[in-house]
Design a protein around this ligand. Structure first.
Ligand SMILES: Cc1cc2nc3c(=O)[nH]c(=O)nc-3n(C[C@H](O)[C@H](O)[C@H](O)COP(=O)(O)OP(=O)(O)OC[C@H]3O[C@@H](n4cnc5c(N)ncnc54)[C@H](O)[C@@H]3O)c2cc1C
Length: 397
C-alpha cells in the first residue's frame, strides 16, 4: 500500500472538491483530491448552468476562471411565463444584480485546468474509497482507495472533506446527524437539442399540463426541461413527442416562438430537497451536495456548493494555517444559514411553477394569482430577483 501525507484529503473532485483544493492551494495548504469518476465522465455530464454573481466573482478573483467572463453570458433577468404570456423579472433594475449562464462542465474544466497548472494531486477513476479515524480531534484520519490499476493507496491527512455529491458515503460518518427531506411527486425531463436559441435569457413557464424551462448553451445547442412523472423512461420518448410537450407548455398569444431541432440527449432527473445537519463532526466536514440537495428550479445547487467552499476554505485556513482547531466548529452553522435560505427559495419556485398531483380548480387559480402577484409587484419581483441572483450578504437576516 502506498501512503501519501497531505493536510486535507478531499473525497470528490466535482466543482466543490476542486474549488476547495484550489483555494487551499492559494492559502499554502496542500490537499489530495479523490474521485471515482474519470475526468471524461465528469466533463461530459450536463448539469447546472446558472452561476450567481458571487460565484462568478469567486471563480474570477481566485484565478480559477477568466473564461467565465469571456465565454459566459450575463443574464440580467428571466421571463416568468404563465397564462400564455411572458413577464420579465428585470434583475438589474430591481436589485442591481445579474447572474451568468456558464455550464457546470465548463466550471469543472476551468477548475481542473487550474489545479493541474498548479501541480495539484488529483486522482480520478479510483474505487473502494473508505474514510477512517475521523471521529475525534485527537485522531489522525486517513482515506484508503484502489487506483485504476488495482493498486491500493492510503492518504493520511489532518482533515477529511466529503465533497462526494448527493449520494455521499462520507455523510454516514458524521456523528449525531439529523436528516431533513422533502420528496416531490414529479421529475424533470431534460433535453439537449441542436437548435438556435429561442430567447436570450431563461424562460420559466407554468402551464396547466406542468412546468417547462427554456435555457441556453451555445448558438447551436440549447438545454430544455419539462415536468414529467418520475417513472418516465426517456427511451420511449421520440423527438416529436418531446417537442409536442414543450410547444404546448410554451404556447401563448404574445408571438413567442420556440425553435426546434434534433434532440441530442435526454434524461429524467428526479429531484428532492435534503439537508443533513451538522455538516461536521471531529475531523470530517461536508460540502456541496454531500450535505444538501435542492430541486433545480431555483438554480441553487452548484451555487450553494461553491458558497459552502468559500466558508470552509476560510475556516480551514484558520484551523490549519493558524493552528486554531476551534475554527472548525463555526463551519456548519455558517454554511447552513445560506443552505436553508436556498432550500426555501428552491421549494417556493418549485411549488409556484409545477403542477402538483390532484390539483383542484381552486389550486390552479391560486397558483396563477401567486405568479401574477410576483410579476405585477415591484416588491414581489425584487424578492425573486434577490434570491435568484444570490443573497449578497451571505444569506444573513
Ligand atoms: C443530473 C443532475 C442534474 C442537475 N442539474 C442542475 C441544474 O440544472 N441546475 C442546478 O443548479 N443544479 C443542478 N444539479 C445540481 C448540481 O449539479 C450540483 O449541486 C453540483 O454538482 C454540486 O457539486 P458537488 O461538487 O457538491 O457535487 P458533484 O458535482 O456531484 O461532485 C461529487 C463528486 O464526488 C464523486 N464521488 C462520489 N462518491 C465518491 C466516492 N465514494 N469516492 C470518491 N469520489 C466520489 C463523484 O464522482 C462526483 O464527481 C444537477 C445535479 C444532477 C445530479
Amino acid at each position: 500500500m502506498t501512503t501519501t501525507r497531505t493536510r486535507v484529503a478531499i473525497v470528490g473532485g466535482g466543482p466543490a472538491g476542486l474549488l476547495l483544493s484550489h483555494l487551499l492551494h492559494i492559502a499554502d495548504i496542500d490537499s489530495v483530491v479523490l474521485d471515482t469518476r474519470t475526468h471524461h465522465q465528469i466533463a461530459t455530464t450536463h448539469r447546472a448552468g446558472i452561476l450567481e454573481q458571487d460565484s462568478v466573482r469567486l471563480l474570477v478573483d481566485s484565478g480559477a476562471s477568466d473564461r467565465v467572463l469571456a465565454d459566459g453570458h450575463e443574464h440580467t433577468g428571466i421571463d416568468l411565463r404563465f397564462d400564455g404570456a411572458s413577464h420579465r423579472i428585470d434583475f438589474r433594475r430591481l436589485v442591481d444584480a445579474s447572474c451568468w449562464l456558464y455550464p457546470q462542465t465548463d466550471v469543472f474544466l476551468d477548475l481542473h485546468a487550474s489545479r493541474t497548472r498548479d501541480k495539484g494531486d488529483l486522482r480520478y477513476g479510483i474505487a473502494d474509497t473508505e474514510i477512517h479515524d475521523v471521529d475525534d480531534l485527537d485522531d489522525t484520519p486517513h482515506v484508503t482507495f484502489t487506483d485504476s490499476e488495482g493498486l491500493t493507496h492510503r492518504v493520511v491527512a489532518d482533515i477529511v472533506v466529503g465533497a462526494d455529491g448527493s449520494r455521499s458515503t462520507c455523510r454516514t460518518s458524521i456523528r449525531g446527524a439529523s436528516q431533513f427531506f422533502r420528496e416531490y411527486p414529479f421529475a424533470w425531463f431534460g433535453v439537449l437539442v441542436a437548435a438556435p436559441p429561442s430567447a436570450p435569457e431563461l424562460i420559466y413557464a407554468r402551464h396547466q399540463d406542468g412546468f417547462a424551462l427554456v435555457s441556453q448553451r451555445t448558438a447551436d445547442v440549447q438545454r430544455m426541461y419539462f415536468q414529467c412523472d418520475a417513472s418516465e423512461d426517456p427511451a420511449t420518448w421520440s423527438d416529436d413527442r418531446i417537442w409536442e410537450q414543450m410547444q404546448t407548455r410554451l404556447s401563448g398569444h404574445d408571438g413567442f416562438e420556440l425553435l426546434q431541432g434534433p434532440v441530442l440527449e435526454k434524461a429524467v432527473l428526479p429531484f428532492r430537497s435534503f439537508v443533513q445537519t451538522p455538516l461536521r463532526s471531529g475531523r470530517l466536514l461536508l460540502v456541496g451536495d454531500a450535505g444538501h440537495t435542492v430541486p433545480p428550479t431555483g438554480a441553487k445547487g452548484l451555487n450553494l456548493a461553491l458558497a459552502d467552499v468559500r466558508v470552509l476554505a476560510e475556516v480551514l485556513e484558520r484551523a490549519l494555517g493558524k493552528r486554531d482547531l476551534d475554527a472548525l466548529s463555526e463551519y456548519s452553522d455558517r454554511a447552513l444559514e445560506r443552505v436553508w435560505k436556498a432550500q426555501h427559495f428552491s421549494y417556493w419556485m418549485t411549488t409556484m411553477l409545477h403542477r402538483l398531483p390532484e390539483t383542484s380548480a381552486f389550486d390552479e387559480r391560486r397558483q396563477l394569482s401567486e405568479l401574477a402577484s410576483i410579476a405585477g409587484s415591484e416588491n414581489g419581483a425584487a424578492y425573486l430577483a434577490e434570491g435568484y441572483t444570490g443573497w449578497s450578504n451571505g444569506g444573513r437576516p
